[in-house]
Design a binder for this molecule. Structure first.
Ligand code: C2O
Ligand code: CU
Ligand code: CU
Length: 464
């Protein structure tokens, strides 16, 4: 609903029986009965309030990924919405959260419990971008997202709407996820009921939980019938842990089938052509594909070059045979993206992401709510340096950043524009420049391999 300067959405989180694999029922945890959840559309500069009612049988937390959001609505991992039926009380929550395999310790006083319904307020003092919302409960994010708790949240603005880009039903968000299914069709997650306490799971899932079926917007190998026109495809890797290398097969003649126009934080300055896209968990790539570059009737497969067998094919585009006129185009200049100057940084902070069978840590620490790894001052330019011995998609809440270097060299092909997640590869050092603004409070930095996150590779930073 809409009133004055606020749009309000109501979402009920509930169990739903979905048909994902033909003829089988999958019992999912959903936002509003679908997987992905409903796509919420907001306008830059207008407040959106999303009221979440929890009719699931366990606590929930909602985070708007990519949102420039006050701390109280950011989905802090211990700010829980308890089930509306009263089946959980504070005592049960404490039991769930303490004494895990990783011995997360916490000050239980820091927990913030709401029963039934919680309203999240998003001012959307930010530019147009492809955001997504998902569960963020401490120790259970991987489980909840795998079971279905994820959806798109798009933000539009005037700048973007003035451009002659494809829109309407030719602007398509595509959430790519991998899942495993049990024989009866249910989602198979290794520690669904037993939790992280299950002996051996840490060692067995060093790379996170990988599925063997790729879903696009909740469907296996879907086919999209396209006209011979330009389409805007907003790719999101919503997988817990899988990396993809997306490629069109066949490539249009001359290559460069993906024309990237945006990333995590909205439009790039200028379009960039790619033959393939490497996309880590939580990253978004906003691309235009011009299907008029294909002969009428071509079947174009979207492949995952990092996959094999059942994880190598993602979806298919069946190109129509007509010759419609296209009044869209991709302008040479998309936007002004002001550069943050790392030379002006008053602080350089190091974050070392370390994985071993002994634990997943940032700067040697497992996650502990209420303990700040950093205290950035609002408005101050900072350089954050991420290093690792493993593979970690590093995500920072509250504000987007710009990648400055990889291993002291230039940035990678997928590092352009404003980002909130950057793929950190083994033995790499990635430097980003950022500036936090507007909101004081506790926010998160974490690995977006959701199993690493749940195994405590997360930290608070507190803006002041
Ligand atoms: Cu998409 Cu802190 O997460
Ligand atoms: Cu986030
Ligand atoms: Cu990781």
């Amino acid at each position: 609903s809409t009133s004055g300067t606020t749009d309000t959405y109501d979402i009920t989180q509930l169990h739903a029986e979905l048909e994902i694999l033909p003829g089988l029922r999958t019992r999912a945890w959903t936002y509003g009965g679908t997987f992905p959840g409903p796509t919420i559309v907001s306008r830059s500069g207008r407040r959106t309030v999303v009221r979440h009612r929890n009719e699931l049988d366990r606590p929930a937390v909602v985070h708007l990924h990519g949102g420039h959001t006050p701390a109280a609505s950011d989905g802090y991992p211990t700010s829980l919405i308890l089930p509306a039926d009263g089946s959980y009380d504070a005592r049960r929550v404490h039991q769930d959260m303490s004494g895990g395999s990783h011995g997360m310790s916490m000050d239980h006083g820091a927990m913030d419990l709401t029963e039934g319904t919680r309203a999240y307020t998003y001012p959307f003092d930010q530019r147009a971008a492809t955001l997504w919302y998902h569960d963020h409960r401490m120790g259970y994010t991987g489980t909840a997202v795998w079971m279905g708790l994820a959806g798109f949240h798009l933000v539009h603005d005037d700048e973007e709407e003035r451009l002659p880009l494809p829109r309407g039903d030719r602007d398509i968000p595509l959430m790519i996820t991998d899942r495993s299914f049990a024989e009866d069709g249910s989602f198979q997650y290794p520690w669904l009921d037993s939790g992280l306490r299950t002996p051996g799971v840490r060692d067995a899932y060093m790379n996170g939980v990988l599925g063997d079926v790729v879903l696009v917007n909740g469907a296996p190998w879907p086919v999209l019938e396209t006209e011979r026109l330009r389409y805007r495809l907003r790719f999101l890797n919503g997988s817990n842990a899988r990396l993809y290398k997306l490629e069109l097969d066949p490539q249009p003649e001359g290559g460069g089938g993906f024309v990237q126009i945006g990333g995590d934080g909205g439009l790039l300055e200028a379009p960039r052509r790619h033959d393939s896209l490497e996309i880590a968990p939580a990253e978004r790539f906003d691309v235009v594909v011009d299907f008029s570059r294909y002969r009428p009737g071509t079947r174009v497969r979207l492949l995952n070059r990092f996959g094999d067998g059942s994880t190598a094919q993602v979806m298919r585009f069946d190109v129509g045979s007509g010759h419609p006129r296209d009044d869209t185009r991709v302008p040479r200049k998309l936007s002004d993206v002001p550069r943050l100057d790392p030379g002006r940084a008053s602080v350089v902070r190091d974050f070392h992401f370390r994985g071993s069978s002994a634990g997943w840590t940032i700067n040697g620490r497992e996650y502990e709510p209420g303990r700040a790894l950093a205290r950035p001052r609002l408005g101050q330019v900072e350089v954050w340096r991420f290093t690792t011995n493993f593979h970690h998609p590093v995500h920072v809440h509250l504000d987007h950043f710009q990648v400055v270097s990889r291993n002291n060299r230039g940035i990678g092909a997928y590092d352009h524009g404003w980002k909130d997640t950057v793929d950190l590869r083994p033995a790499e050092a990635v430097e980003v420049v950022t500036r936090f603004t507007d909101y004081t409070g506790a926010f998160m930095i974490h690995c977006h391999n959701l199993e690493h996150e749940d195994m405590a590779m997360m930290g608070d930073f507190v803006t002041e």
